[in-house]
Design a protein around this ligand. Structure first.
Ligand code: FAD
Length: 323
């Protein structure tokens, strides 16, 4: 049976995040020929609705309100539930992002539905869709199927490929008006940390440093390598705890989960909690001076050596390749 699927789109600084397009591709599989409706919540977001249609949404519903300018779970849940009431979807897809992880359980409890979180792959389509998700910190995968009721999933960024953009597609864009009330939190101002370059959770290349980097300055060559490869810098908790870098860079069980095409781990031992955040990367390169380091067990390429010698060599080689 075909399904009507609501897909929550996410924006950052006025632009749609890539995970929104991946969520539409996931929605298409679940819809199995049914309708995929993009949902855009915020203030002044209607202008980007057509991009969702270009990436495969059949139409878009917007909810705009001054209280929705920045995310709060109270505000966004009222907005999203207003769309649910209007559309009566059979399935819902969110990104497994900070926002998606916060909002999805709240919506699931309001709908009294189940929730399949952190989906990395969808086999089959429609009623036969099987959702694959990592368990035991990525050591195993389980396959989940919904027997009845609303299909509600969050998808891990960088795993389900978006559909090709087609600027010639057209679809309806309509607004739902909601009175956002009873907010327990009002965001007055967002003070951003000065994060340079590419968003870590969506980066195609991640260069991560661990306690072996030894200091804040030790991260400079890693930043240079990441910039050269168009990627982002990440870190182990060991490096964050030692105050070599900010916790926003932490990758792992209690940090960010990343699945880039290339993950370079420098001076990271490969503790299970770190592997939980990066072991599904497509190609893993580990640099460690200890040949017995656990990280080599998950690495596709291992370099036994001092990172302060190896990373500058890589920088020189990549610079030479770009000439
Ligand atoms: P270390 O284990 O100290 O390893 C440093 C490595 O650098 C060593 O292998 C060493 O051989 C190598 N090295 C040293 N000098 C050099 C050099 N010059 N060149 C090359 N190699 C060098 N950790 C995370 O990363 N993410 C998490 O989300 C996370 N969550 C956790 C949650 C819980 C509940 C707990 C208990 C722990 C968690 N941890 C997490 C911590 C985790 O267990 C490890 O302590 C941590 O990952 C170790 O960081 P590290 O590999 O940088 O440091």
């Amino acid at each position: 049976m075909t399904k009507k699927v609501l897909v929550l789109a996410e924006t950052r600084e006025g632009s749609l995040r890539n995970v929104s397009f991946e969520a539409i591709a996931a929605g298409k599989k679940i819809a199995d020929g049914g309708e995929v409706v993009g949902v855009l919540i915020g203030e002044g977001v209607a202008g980007i609705a057509n991009e969702l249609i270009a990436y495969g949404a059949d139409r878009v519903v917007t909810v705009e309100h001054p209280h929705l300018k920045t995310y709060t779970s109270d505000g966004f849940s009222q907005a999203f539930m207003a769309v649910v009431d209007q559309e009566s979807p059979e399935a819902i897809v969110f990104g497994h992002t900070s926002l998606g992880k916060d909002l999805s359980p709240k919506i699931a409890s309001k709908l009294q539905s189940g929730l399949i979180s952190d989906v990395t792959e969808i086999e089959g389509a429609g009623d036969d869709a099987v959702f694959i998700r990592p368990i035991y910190s990525g050591k195993a995968f389980e396959k989940v199927k919904i027997k009845d009721g609303i299909v509600f999933v969050t998808i891990r960024p960088n795993n389900i490929a978006p559909l090709e953009k087609d600027g010639g597609r057209s679809g309806d864009v309509a607004a739902v008006s909601v009175d956002i009330t009873n907010l327990r939190t009002i965001i007055k101002e967002v003070v951003r940390k000065s994060t340079e370059g590419v968003d870590l959770s969506e980066a195609k290349v991640v260069v991560a440093g661990g306690r072996g980097v030894k200091s804040e300055e030790g991260f400079e060559p890693l930043k240079e390598l990441a910039n050269l490869l168009g990627g982002a810098v990440g870190a182990s908790r060991g490096a964050c705890d030692a105050e070599y870098c900010d916790y926003s860079l932490q990758i792992g069980q209690t940090g960010k989960v990343v699945t880039p095409d290339l993950y370079i781990a420098a001076g990271i031992s490969g503790a299970i909690q770190h592997l939980a955040g990066m072991s599904n990367s497509k190609v893993i390169v580990a640099i460690n001076k200890d040949p017995e380091a656990n990280i080599f067990k998950v690495a596709d390429y291992g370099i036994v050596g001092d990172l302060f010698e190896v990373v500058p060599m890589l920088i020189e080689e990549f610079k030479a390749l770009k000439v």
